[in-house]
Design a protein around this ligand. Structure first.
Ligand code: FNR
Length: 369
C-alpha cells in the first residue's frame, strides 16, 4: 500500500480523532460564484465540492468562507455569518459525507484584502485589480494597521472593540459550521488576509498589545484560535492554514511559523497546511513542490501535528515522495484538482493500490479503474 492511500487520523482534544480514508485533501479554492451576493452557497458549490468528494479526496475543503460580510474577498464569496448560509451548507456537507469524504470549511476574513473584484475572467479588466471602493459597490475594509503594503487601498486600523467583535464573529461562524455538519474547521491565517496581516511585521505596525513583538503580533491569532476552539466541539479537529514565509526580508519567516505552530498545537490545533506569501508582490520560489520545505519545517518542529504540504503537487509519484521522505503527512491539491476532480482515484490506480482501496463511486465502476 502507498503512503498516500494509507488511512489517517486528525487529532482532536478529546482524543477520539477524525478518521480519513487517505491523505489527499482538496485545497480551499474561491469560486467567486455567489452572483446573488448573499454569501449563500448553491448548486455550484454542491457540484464543485461534491464531484471532488466522489473523486476520492479524503477531506474536501470549501473555498475561503467569510465570517462577516465585511471580511469577504469579493462580494461573490461564500459566507457563514448567518443561519441561511449555514442551512445552505448542510446538504452540501451531507453529500460530501455520502461519498466517503470528510467535509472541512475554511473560515476566513480578508481584512485589508477584502472588497476586491471577483477574480474571474471578465471581472478584472486592466486597471481593475485591487480594492473596489465603496462608491463602486465595495465597502470599507479593516486591518491591524492603515498600511498599504498589500498594494491595495489602506484598511482602517481596528479598534479594540472591532478586534473583540471580530473574535466573536469567528466563534459564531465555527458554531454555525458545526450546526451545518462540517467535520473540520480550517482557520485561514495565510495569504495576506486578516490574521496574516496581524502576524507579519510588513502589515502590522501597531504599538498596542497586538503589535511589535512576536508575542503581540500573534495575539490576535491566538485569540481567534482560543475562541474557535471553545466554540468548536472537542471531538472535531481544528486546522489552520499558514503562510510559512513572506519570502521578504523583515517579514514573517519560517522560524516564526515553526514557533507559532508549536503554540497553536498546544492550544488544540491538530492540523497545519503550509502555504506561503500573500503580502505584496511574490518573491518566493516556484516550481514543483515549491512549498514542501515549509511543511517539513513545521512537521519537524511540532511532533504529533498532522501537516499537509501544498503548492504544485500535481503527480501521484511526487505526492507519494512527499510522504515517503517524511516531509508531510498529507498533501493538499489545488489546481490539479480543478483539471481533474478524480485526481485521487486516478492517483490510487497509478500507484498500484488494490482495487478495494481506489476511492471511486459505485456508479462509475464501468470506468474500469
Ligand atoms: C486558491 N487558493 C486559495 N487558498 C486559500 O487558502 N483559500 C482560498 O479560498 C483560495 N482560493 C483559490 C482559488 C483558486 C482558483 C486557486 C487556483 C487557488 C490557493 C490554493 O488553495 C493553493 O494553495 C494553491 O493553488 C497552490 O496549490 P496548487 O494549485 O499548486 O495545487
Amino acid at each position: 500500500m502507498s503512503k498516500l492511500f494509507a488511512p489517517a487520523t486528525l487529532g482532536t482534544p478529546d482524543g477520539t480523532g477524525l478518521e480519513l480514508r487517505n491523505r489527499t485533501f482538496l485545497a480551499p479554492m474561491c469560486q467567486y460564484s455567489i452572483t446573488k451576493r448573499d454569501g449563500v452557497p448553491h448548486a455550484w458549490q454542491m457540484t464543485h465540492l461534491g464531484a471532488r468528494a466522489a473523486g476520492g479526496f479524503a477531506l474536501v475543503y470549501t473555498e475561503a468562507t467569510a465570517v462577516t460580510a465585511q471580511g469577504r474577498i469579493s462580494d461573490q464569496d461564500t459566507g457563514i455569518w448567518n443561519d441561511d448560509q449555514a442551512e445552505a451548507w448542510a446538504p452540501i456537507v451531507d453529500f460530501i459525507h455520502s461519498q466517503g469524504a470528510a467535509a472541512g470549511i475554511q473560515l476566513a476574513h480578508a481584512g485589508g484584502k477584502a472588497s476586491t473584484y471577483a477574480w474571474l475572467p471578465g471581472h478584472t479588466a486592466a486597471g481593475q485589480r485591487g480594492n473596489l471602493r465603496p462608491r463602486d459597490g465595495g465597502w470599507e475594509t479593516i486591518g491591524p494597521s492603515a498600511t498599504d503594503v498589500l498594494g491595495l487601498a489602506s484598511p482602517t486600523a481596528m479598534t479594540q472593540e472591532q478586534i473583540d467583535a471580530s473574535i466573536s464573529d469567528w466563534a459564531a461562524a465555527a458554531r454555525r459550521a458545526d450546526a451545518a455538519g462540517f467535520d473540520v474547521v480550517q482557520i485561514h491565517a495565510a495569504h495576506g488576509y486578516l490574521i496574516h496581516q496581524f502576524l507579519s511585521p510588513l502589515t502590522n505596525t501597531r504599538t498596542d498589545a497586538y503589535g511589535g513583538s512576536f508575542e503581540n503580533r500573534t495575539r490576535y491569532a491566538r485569540e481567534v484560535i482560543t475562541a474557535v476552539r471553545e466554540a468548536w466541539p472537542a471531538h472535531k479537529p481544528l486546522a489552520i492554514r499558514l503562510s510559512g514565509d513572506d519570502w521578504v526580508q523583515g517579514g514573517w519567516s519560517i522560524a516564526d511559523t515553526a514557533r507559532f505552530a508549536l503554540e497553536a498545537f498546544g492550544m488544540g490545533v491538530g492540523a497545519f497546511d503550509l502555504s506561503s506569501a500573500g503580502i505584496g508582490a511574490y518573491h518566493g520560489p516556484s516550481g514543483p513542490g515549491f512549498q514542501v520545505s515549509l511543511a517539513a519545517a513545521v512537521k519537524a518542529a511540532v511532533p504529533g501535528a498532522f501537516v499537509t504540504a501544498v503548492g504544485l503537487i500535481t503527480e501521484p509519484a511526487q505526492a507519494e515522495q512527499v510522504l515517503v521522505t517524511g516531509a508531510a503527512d498529507g498533501v493538499s491539491i489545488g489546481r490539479a484538482a480543478l483539471k481533474n476532480p478524480n485526481w485521487p482515484a486516478i492517483a490510487a490506480a497509478e500507484l498500484g493500490e488494490p482495487h478495494e482501496n481506489i476511492p471511486f463511486p459505485a456508479q462509475y465502476w464501468r470506468a474500469n479503474w
